[in-house]
Design a protein around this ligand. Structure first.
Ligand code: ADP
Length: 516
């Protein structure tokens, strides 16, 4: 039984051929390929020329792998063992058919090679995209910053101009310039946000926050805006929504403002609704669902998948205004906060934007009885003129501050052009407060502040320092705190906030000095 099986196998898969030194066939089993006795094996396939050269070699046995030979129009793969018998001047060829084996290996190899190639190509593409993305983010961040600086002085001077004696027409024109500059600032801020999010530098900062009070304020603002366009505005807040949530209130506000702005912008009739609800009454964390629903122009199905991409605007540019960045920011922010935004929309019927976030519920739902902070400007004795030192290198910014201080008789302002000068001024004159630009030549604001804090003179090292910067970055804010600055204001400077902060810091310093 075994023998017959073996024979059957050999019959099907092997052939033995005996040839002489010229490769003339002396004998053959003819099981795989039909060759005739007394013919030359080299006539069947050029591979067999190699046999003739084997007679000169010392080695008796030779093995050839994966020899590809066409037999009856079929590509076959053979392993061929050649045994040379020098005495008889004959060679015995054992031909083993391994076609199936080699074909499957070949295929696997091919597939594997292709997948390796695909993987390498994908990786290469990924690397290229990474480089491009990195370049785009850096470019956006730098350009935005470069635009922001001159924009700040434009806005600052518009504020100054608004305060001068203008006739009605001039005032209207100044207001238009102001609103365009504010729009431009908003776009630049959006660009900065996008570059930050994509570079993974935007952090979500959850803090205890009076969410219900915030929703009341938000609703009041949008009720007014809706009224201006003769739209109805309704707010539905689920009764299970707690008063205090632990949430990044800046970012949730950014999301809602973008969605509500759009709902009003892209509606000519009907109602805009803000719905806030939760299915759960968990004590620690709730899924907070927010919907912004409008009955406006809607979005056709063709465009619905792209509206969350940057710079996507369906309507012709200029018709509604905007930059096409809002929804991209909204999408990325909701994802950063662990949610996902969806939209359902029908052309000419309206749209519903919806997202759900898991948010923490503050364990303390009572308003904290903290001492009411005095944020309002406290009156200053006119006789007691406070002396302020400004460290600022850019002339136009110096001018702007001089102008702002010109009407404030309770202060006097000195200007130093860099950090080194600030230190010199401090050694020679008495000041009550320092306004410090962060980017200055020779010695920047951070180094100067650090030098002030480590100054040996007590009168100098405790002086309040307010950082002024065109950059709105959390890193800068943290760095300012670290070197001991007391407050941080971003340009364009809000006049009230500037003088409010100055006064607050001076009062704080005075109180501390009195108790020391
Ligand atoms: P934009 O600054 O142009 O409003 P967005 O990113 O906020 O940019 O929105 C992208 C586009 O999606 C808009 O230009 C508009 O065509 C469409 N869109 C957004 N919200 C709505 C909405 N509520 N109704 C209809 N279309 C909308």
């Amino acid at each position: 039984m075994l023998k017959s099986l073996q024979e059957e196998f050999l019959q099907k898969n092997t052939q033995v051929i005996v040839v002489d030194q010229e490769a003339k066939v002396l004998d053959t089993t003819n099981t795989l390929m039909r060759v005739k006795k007394d013919t030359l094996l080299t006539d069947y396939h050029p591979f067999f020329y190699s046999i003739t050269s084997l007679f000169d070699q010392e080695k008796a046995s030779h093995y050839f792998y994966c020899v590809q030979i066409e037999v009856l129009s079929k590509q076959c793969f053979f392993d061929i063992r050649v045994h040379i018998d020098p005495k008889k001047a004959e060679a015995v060829l054992f031909i083993i058919d391994l076609t199936d084996h080699y074909k499957s290996v070949h295929q696997i190899k091919q597939v594997r090679n292709e997948s390796i190639i695909d993987f390498n190509m994908a990786q290469e593409l990924n690397n290229q995209l990474e480089v491009q993305r990195g370049f785009k983010n850096k470019f956006l961040a730098n350009v935005s910053h470069e635009i922001r600086t001159p924009l700040n002085s434009i806005l600052g001077f518009i504020n100054v101009l608004q305060g001068t004696a203008l006739n009605r027409e001039q005032l209207d024109l100044v207001n238009i310039i102001k609103s365009s500059s504010q729009n431009l600032t908003a776009i630049v801020d959006d660009l900065l946000d996008i570059s930050k999010i994509e570079a993974g530098r935007l952090e979500i900062k959850n803090k205890r926050f009076d969410f219900r009070e915030y929703l009341d304020r938000l609703s009041a603002t949008y009720a007014l805006q809706a009224e201006e366009k003769r739209l109805e505005f309704t707010v539905e807040i689920g009764e299970k929504i707690p008063k205090f949530l632990v949430i990044d209130h800046l970012r949730i506000n950014q999301i809602l403002v973008n969605l509500l702005d759009n709902a009003i912008k892209y509606s000519h009739k009907g109602r805009v609704t803000l719905k806030v609800f939760t299915q759960s009454r968990n004590l620690r964390k709730i899924p907070l669902t927010i919907e912004v629903i409008d009955q406006g122009i809607g979005i056709d199905q063709e465009h619905i998948s792209t509206i969350f991409d940057s710079f996507t605007q369906i309507e012709k540019q200029g018709l509604f205004g905007g930059s096409g960045l809002g929804l991209s920011i909204v999408k990325q922010l909701t994802e950063l906060m662990g949610g996902q935004i969806t939209v359902e929309s029908t052309k000419d019927k309206g749209s519903t934007f919806r997202f759900t976030l898991d948010v923490g519920v503050s364990h303390d739902q009572k308003r904290k009885k903290i001492e009411k902070r005095k944020t309002a400007i406290e009156p200053v004795a006119k006789t007691d003129r406070k002396r302020i030192l400004l460290g600022e290198d850019v002339e136009v910014n110096q001018l702007l501050l001089l102008k702002l201080f010109a009407d404030r008789k309770e202060y006097s302002l000195d200007i130093a052009k860099n950090g080194e000068q600030v230190l010199k001024f401090l050694d020679n004159y008495h000041y009550d407060l320092i306004l410090m630009d962060l980017t200055m030549p020779i010695m920047d604001g951070f180094d100067t502040a650090a030098r002030i804090r480590s100054h040996s003179n007590k009168r100098i090292n405790k002086l309040p320092i307010i950082a002024l910067t065109a950059r709105r970055s959390d890193e800068d804010r943290e760095a300012c705190k670290e070197v001991g600055m007391n407050a941080y204001l971003t340009k364009p400077l809000d006049e009230d906030l500037l003088f409010g902060t100055i006064q607050k810091q001076i009062n704080k310093y005075k109180r501390k000095k009195d108790t020391d």
